[in-house]
Write a protein of this length. Structure first.
Length: 567
């Protein structure tokens, strides 16, 4: 193939009618001021999409444009180009053409990269154009680290030998970055980020060590290693998080930050003594994506409008309910991000602080020194706040203080562990809160769950089985056959799970006048009737079925999640 020519991107887009002269002039001025690449300036300004730029380049250079989401990556081909070089030159090997390699490049006009690729691959290359975002995603998918992690684990085991654990093996000094334990942990974190894991579990067993990742709410075994490497791994993690390395009999909690692929990940760590050694669970909180907004959490527009109206009120309590891992904190912080203006003072009381949001006063609860939810909340009320977030309504004292704060002119946001929205006010009463305070203070209850989304790449049409059809009929009635249903077959993009990412399903109970009057009446059945009438059948199950009917999730996933709130 002939060596690509150097072209001027702005002129190509102008010539092909994708850009106006005013937009080009504005973008060139922006590029001169910020130093960003011109293509990125075009995209960020909304003038053109990334796909449009690549397709225009492909037409100009008479090259093929390839959608990497539709390409099955081959490990033996990827191995021809080291990952570091693939990222540096924004290139990936896609096909063996016999006398040449077919290579996808995000910038086919980069002549230096073109020459280097020929030198590294030792063969001619045929270039095709790919988008940079798809390329980086493909590199993340293709260059898996499972084999590398296993190799590093064996290396660490060989270094330890039979002589026990030494601090030299831990890489505790600043100069010990090449220590096997350090390289092993870095590879584990990088693999966890690649597969979008939310948690890493390090679990010593009787005959080995298991490292598992939780991906989209489900645990997957990633690595089996020798049991003897568990102790140095735990010790290294304790050092990183400032925990007591001499204490192995009691649970400990801590946190640290680690840099993974140029982004900072906050890690919450919990250790627990087990029969075969200390078990470690790490929750990964990637701060690079920022805090989600209410528009991005998957709430239907009509429901979102009601939620926005309520959180703009100057006082009252809004509760988000659901089991652990249902996205409650994400929803609360999405609301806080909308409320976070210079005119409002916002204080959060959490255990632990999960997201860091500029402009907020965030307090970490510390039970050992009596810095409890109730104590911090009472102090927070003397700090002249407008909005207070309480991580969880754990006990009667916290509930009463929160409700009283909502009565006295503060907006209070918090979470509670209940199955659905209707049962939440009754749960507050069971916790000892006065009936009048619940009726007067509580403004809205949002119940939620997370459902896994069918992978775009391998999603296929699926005929529900009789049991699934019967479940769908509870919501859809005779309209079950009016919809087509999907499931994922499993591919390299979704790590063979059939799912990529999760979205929320919601139900909302607003404490309108009829509901408040029923709550004050004292008759549970009357309250439940009024609450269900106010919700109008917009339940969690109906939200889940709506996602199934839209082809975004599977019937099996919706049924599994529905069992959590129908038991």
């Amino acid at each position: 193939m002939a060596r690509p020519e150097k072209v001027r991107l702005g002129e190509i887009l102008l010539r092909q009618g994708l850009l106006t002269e005013d937009q080009l002039r504005q973008s060139l001025e922006d590029q001169k001021r910020t130093g960003r690449r011109l293509g990125r300036v075009f995209i960020d300004a909304g003038f053109v999409t990334e796909e449009s730029i690549c397709e225009a380049l492909a037409r100009q250079l008479k090259l093929a444009f390839v959608d990497l989401r539709q390409v099955a990556l081959k490990t033996e081909l990827l191995a021809k180009l080291p990952e570091s070089q693939a990222r540096r030159f924004r290139a990936i090997v896609l096909e063996d053409l016999g006398t040449a390699w077919r290579v996808g490049m995000a910038d086919p006009t980069d002549l230096v990269a073109y020459d280097e690729l020929i030198r590294i691959l030792r063969r001619e290359i045929e270039v095709c154009v790919v988008t940079e975002s798809q390329l980086l995603s493909a590199i993340d998918r293709g260059y898996g680290r499972t084999e590398e992690i296993s190799g590093l684990a064996q290396e660490l085991g060989a270094e330890i030998g039979d002589g026990g654990v030494s601090f030299a093996a831990l890489g505790v000094s600043a100069a010990a970055e090449d220590a096997p334990v350090v390289k092993l942990l870095q590879s584990v974190f990088e693999e966890a980020k690649r597969v979008r894991a939310s948690d890493i579990h390090i679990e010593p067993q009787e005959v080995g060590l298991h490292i598992r990742f939780r991906i989209d709410g489900v645990l997957y075994l990633q690595i089996r290693a020798e049991a003897r490497i568990a102790a140095p791994l735990v010790l290294r993690l304790k050092l990183m998080s400032g925990l007591d390395i001499s204490e192995k009999r009691l649970p400990q909690d801590g946190r640290f930050a680690v840099t993974v692929r140029n982004s900072q990940v906050d890690v919450r760590i919990s250790t627990m003594p087990t029969q075969h050694g200390e078990s470690v669970v790490m929750r990964l909180l990637d701060q690079s994506g920022g805090v989600a907004t209410l528009d991005r959490i998957g709430m239907p527009p009509a429901m979102l409008e009601r939620v926005r109206r309520v959180i703009q009120r100057p006082s009252g309590m809004v509760l988000v309910t659901g089991p652990t891992g249902s996205g409650k904190t994400t929803t609360l912080y999405a609301a806080l991000a909308e409320l976070n203006t210079p005119e409002r003072k916002i204080i959060t009381v959490e255990d632990p602080v999960e997201y860091r949001l500029p402009g907020l006063n965030q307090v970490q609860v510390h039970e050992k020194i009596d810095l409890t939810f109730g104590r911090v909340l009472r102090t927070a009320l003397r700090q002249d706040p407008d909005v207070i977030l309480v991580g969880e309504m754990r006990d009667q004292g916290t509930v009463e203080t929160g409700l009283r704060a909502a009565l006295t002119g503060h907006l209070v946001l918090s979470t509670l562990h209940t199955n659905d929205a209707v049962s939440t006010p009754m749960r507050l009463l069971d916790m000892g809160a006065p009936r009048y305070m619940v009726a007067m203070s509580l403004q809205m209850v949002i119940a939620q769950r997370l459902l896994r989304i069918v992978c775009d790449k391998c999603g296929e049409w699926h005929e529900p089985d009789p049991h699934e059809r019967e479940w769908l009929r509870l919501e859809l009635g005779d309209r079950v056959d009016d919809f087509r249903y999907r499931r994922g077959a499993g591919c390299d993009q979704c790590n063979r799970t059939g799912y990529v990412g999760r979205t929320g399903v919601y139900e909302v109970l607003e404490m309108t006048r009829p509901v408040v009057e029923a709550a004050n009446h004292g008759e549970p059945q009357a309250f439940l009737t009024a609450a269900r009438q106010e919700m109008g059948g917009e339940t969690l199950r109906r939200s889940a079925v709506a996602l199934v009917a839209a082809g975004r999730t599977t019937v099996a996933e919706a049924m599994h999640v529905s069992n959590q709130f129908e038991d």
